[in-house]
Design a protein. Structure first.
Length: 191
């Protein structure tokens, strides 16, 4: 069983990023929350048993949108986490999941204390930030609110002008599903 803490893994992974890494990847990792689920897989290797861990990287919506718009950045984070875990014998990375963490923007590695926590983002704020960072700033600017409805399986998005064309609906739906990590969420749009 691994003894990695999220903070320790984050520090080692930040050190594993190369000097030529895109600054957006470094920024995302520095402001992320890392959670490790140990020993989700394992196998027998030539040097003995290997335990593979699943890591969830929690990000604020803007950084998550940035990573979704530039997959090479997500690959850099995955490589850094894999390299960090591999510093311990008989340990490996099984998988990395990128997720929206409403409180992630408050986590900043500065000195030994970090910055004070800020308020958690609402779903509407997160949706606007995500859209802006993922290349849809115009659509992000029309989002007024977003909230769960119908027992949590639906989301109502209020916009300040008509954005109910098929393209906008598809983009909004993908963004909400990514933020909530739920492919089954149904979206309703209202002006």
């Amino acid at each position: 069983m691994s003894a990695w803490s999220g903070g320790e893994l984050q520090r080692v992974a930040l050190g594993a990023l190369g000097e030529h890494t895109d600054e957006r990847a470094r920024d995302a990792l520095a402001h992320a929350t890392l959670t490790l689920r140990p020993a989700t897989a394992g196998w027998e290797g030539s040097a003995g048993h290997v335990e593979a861990h699943r890591v969830t990287i929690g990000l604020d919506a803007r950084r998550l949108g940035t990573l979704r718009a530039a997959p090479a950045l997500a690959d850099a984070l995955c490589a850094a986490v894999a390299n960090a875990i591999a510093t311990r014998p008989h340990e490996s990375l099984a998988d990395v999941e990128l997720r929206w963490d409403p409180g992630a923007q408050a986590t900043v590695l500065e000195g030994y204390r970090g910055s004070p926590p800020g308020p958690e983002a609402t779903l509407g704020e997160a949706l606007a930030d995500y859209l802006g960072a993922s290349g849809e700033p115009e659509l992000g600017r029309v989002v007024l609110t977003a909230e769960r409805v119908a027992g949590g399986r639906g989301v109502l998005v209020r916009v300040d002008r008509a954005s109910d064309d098929a393209r906008s609906r598809g983009i909004l739906t993908r963004a909400v599903r990514d933020l909530l990590a739920d492919e089954g969420v149904q979206l309703r749009i209202r002006t």
